[in-house]
Design a binder for this molecule. Structure first.
Ligand SMILES: [Zn+2]
Length: 690
């Protein structure tokens, strides 16, 4: 298998011999006679913490070195892509990394073999490839790629025994992503400088995420609250109070538009001292535990439960993955790799969790069958991974709390509980629906009324997984209360008359859709297929870092700048900055990784329409999109009376005389950025103001 792969790599290398990438930086794999074998192996990882944990497991005969992230990248000061020549990237050593590269080179001399053990995803593969390109020599020690998804003694040792080759397709997917982002950043940002503000930048995926925020804001602004009323009856049986809601009027869903309508209903009911029960439905409902965490769900849940931003969650998860010093036990990787879109778990970890649940809670709390959460056909290729779970399910959070920082502890506890709960039995509820149909003639002598009141209740019969873990909820997470929070009902039978204590009408208004939170934005990015486990956190933090959006009370508000950037980018590149296209690009990147798409071909297909939109950009129209230019219509040039127009300059948009620059010199900066927020005729339902 490895031999076959090697020879095909050699064949394609000789075919593409004109391509500079192959000559310049492709790793020279172990061809030719080996050098004098040394006595130690060099292991290369990307972080010092990971180096430390791994070093402890490998012991003598291994030296572990850290690259501290990427060592090679596109140059900072120019685009660094030869667009005409197959989008050939021109990689340089990242400024400040020269010393690291030199150290790695010298450490590689005379070793038995070089093991590249960077993270098991695209970025990790690319780091390994770049490092190999720098340190491998013909006739030098063999270079191998090592993949592990958790940093534990067993996982590391078995990964080393299965060392393989660098996955060139993964590297290609990473290069394609890097080149795409660079092309967009380099070519689209100048459009923003000329039309909005000098120095700001456009991101390929961030712009689409920004678009979601801005469009939501527009929906909220356009939203008209509609008044409606509800009528509730407070009933009591055997001293237990409960609520029934007016559900139907004339056998149709109750619609009560205003106070008069509500008042009429209340008046109709004035003489009713009891409601007769006309129907009782009971059934058992089960609620299953959620699957273990993926990157997206751990970010969502940590945002809701712990108030952590995505970036913070990922940083803490990385600490836990790379290894924490546990006293005399030394450094241990506490969770599996945190960038994953898989909920799959290993059988070993599942059975460990089940044993543990049995001991801790009792047999009846263990889920009836083993849950491995393999979702069959994976949605994309990052699904070679497992879910984010504790590496050792028996390592209880409280048993290691003293070794963790409080914020690390809270995240570990969340991951641990979610995982253990996923092997626990469903919670069981008795749910009851009781109808009080007042159109059914009652023996009270009162005339029938066209109203049906309904009361629903649920009682937990068995806690199941809820004994350990409850999913968090926030505004916008769907309707209705979770079963465990519903009211309990007294036991009731058809034909009984239940005393009415009070009838309460209440006024409501329909609500606009909520602004995105970090949790709901991550969820939406995942649902739309834009972004990937490795990018959710940076997409979100970039929006805030660039001041295109700000978080207030954990909700995203696009800023005026963000709004301008969105308008200009969507108008200039309607085919690029849309959800469908971006999601298509993301899946093309996955397909490059699967070997189904050629990365240069994918870039060519992207670049054609992109370059066409660039050429078509009408600066004046774009400036008008971002700024309010209505005042210019009545104003004239103070020098020669010419009309005033907006122009895009290298230092930002400006106002100039129509005769500029040939006949007139008049220019001034464009200020007063955008149209002031317009008052709508919408009434605030908090204060009643406009
Ligand atoms: Zn003029």
């Amino acid at each position: 298998m490895a031999t076959a792969k090697k020879s095909s790599a050699r064949k394609s290398a000789s075919k593409r011999v004109a391509k500079p990438r192959v000559k310049k930086s492709a790793p020279v794999l172990d061809e030719g006679p080996p050098a004098e074998p040394g006595t130690t192996s060099l292991v290369i990882v990307e972080s010092p913490a990971k180096a430390k944990t791994i070093g402890k497991y490998l012991g003598r005969g291994y030296r572990v070195k850290a690259t501290i992230g990427h060592v090679r990248d596109l140059p900072e000061k120019k685009i660094g892509i030869d667009i005409e020549n197959g989008f050939e990237p021109e990689y340089v050593t990242i400024p400040g990394k020269e010393k690291t590269v030199a150290e790695l080179k010298s450490a590689a001399r005379g070793v038995r073999e070089i093991l590249l053990a960077t993270d098991p995803d695209r970025e990790g593969e690319a780091i390994a490839w770049h490092v190999a390109g720098q340190i491998s020599r013909r006739n030098g020690p063999p270079v191998r790629r090592v993949l592990f998804h958790e940093i534990t003694k067993d996982a590391v040792q078995s990964a080393i025994s299965r060392a393989g080759m660098i996955d060139e397709r993964k590297v290609d997917a990473q290069q394609a992503r890097r080149v795409l982002d660079r092309l967009v950043g380099y070519k689209a940002s100048p459009v923003l400088w000329k039309t909005v503000k000098k120095g700001i930048s456009a991101g390929r995926v961030q712009t689409v995420a920004l678009r979601l925020l801005v469009e939501r804001e527009r929906e909220i602004n356009a939203f008209r609250a509609v008044e409606y009323w509800t009528v509730e009856a407070l009933l009591a049986k055997d001293g237990q109070e409960f609520v029934a809601k007016l559900h139907h009027i004339d056998s149709k869903k109750a619609v009560i538009p205003n106070e008069d309508a509500a008042g009429k209903i209340v008046a109709d009911l004035a003489l009713r001292e009891t409601f007769g029960i006309t129907d009782v439905k009971r059934r058992e409902r089960r609620k299953n535990a959620a699957p273990p965490f993926t990157t997206s769900t751990v970010q969502q849940e940590a945002a809701k439960k712990l108030g952590y931003g995505s970036k913070r969650t990922m940083r803490l998860a990385q600490d836990l993955y790379e290894g924490i010093e546990l006293g005399s036990e030394g450094a241990v990787g506490l969770i599996t790799y945190m960038r994953t879109d898989s909920t799959r778990i290993s059988e070993t970890s599942a059975s460990q969790a089940r044993d543990y649940v049995g001991t801790l809670f009792g047999k009846e709390f263990v889920s009836p069958s083993v849950q491995l959460f393999g979702d069959g056909k994976a949605r994309n290729t990052q699904d070679a991974h497992e879910a984010v779970r504790p590496t050792d399910p028996t390592r209880r959070p409280d048993s290691i709390q003293r070794f963790l920082k409080p914020e690390q502890f809270r995240l570990y506890e969340l991951i641990w509980k979610r995982f253990i709960a996923s092997q626990m039995a469903p919670a069981r509820f008795d749910t009851t629906t009781v109808d009080f149909d007042l159109s059914v003639p009652a023996d009270t002598g009162l005339p029938p009324l066209p109203y049906l009141f309904r009361s629903t209740g649920s009682v937990m019969k068995f806690q199941g997984y809820l004994a350990l873990y409850r999913e968090a909820r926030e505004e916008g997470d769907g309707h209705g209360r979770p079963l465990e929070e519903e009211q309990a009902l007294p036991s009731m039978d058809v034909g009984e008359n239940v005393p009415v204590r009070r009838i309460t009408p209440s006024q409501h208004f329909t609500e606009p859709p909520p602004r995105y939170s970090e949790a709901s934005l991550v969820k939406e990015l995942e649902r739309l297929g834009i972004g990937r486990p490795s990018t959710y956190a940076s997409i979100i933090s970039t929006l805030v870092d660039r001041r295109y959006a700000q978080l207030e009370q954990r909700r995203f508000f696009p800023t005026e700048l963000g709004d301008q950037v969105e308008r200009v980018m969507v108008k200039s590149f309607p085919d690029i900055f849309n959800v469908q296209f971006t999601s298509h690009m993301e899946s093309d990147l996955d397909r490059i990784e699967e070997g189904q798409v050629n990365w240069r071909k994918m870039l060519t297909e992207f670049y054609g329409p992109f370059a066409a939109s660039l050429k078509d950009a009408d600066m004046e129209a774009l400036i008008a999109e971002a700024h309010d230019l209505s005042a210019l219509e009545t104003e004239r040039c103070p020098l020669d009376g010419g009309k005033l127009v907006a122009r895009g300059g290298f230092f930002g948009p400006f106002i100039a005389c129509e005769n500029h620059p040939k006949l007139c010199k008049y220019t001034r900066p464009l200020r007063g950025d955008r149209k002031p927020a317009q008052l709508t005729d919408q009434i605030c339902h908090e204060c009643g103001g406009p």
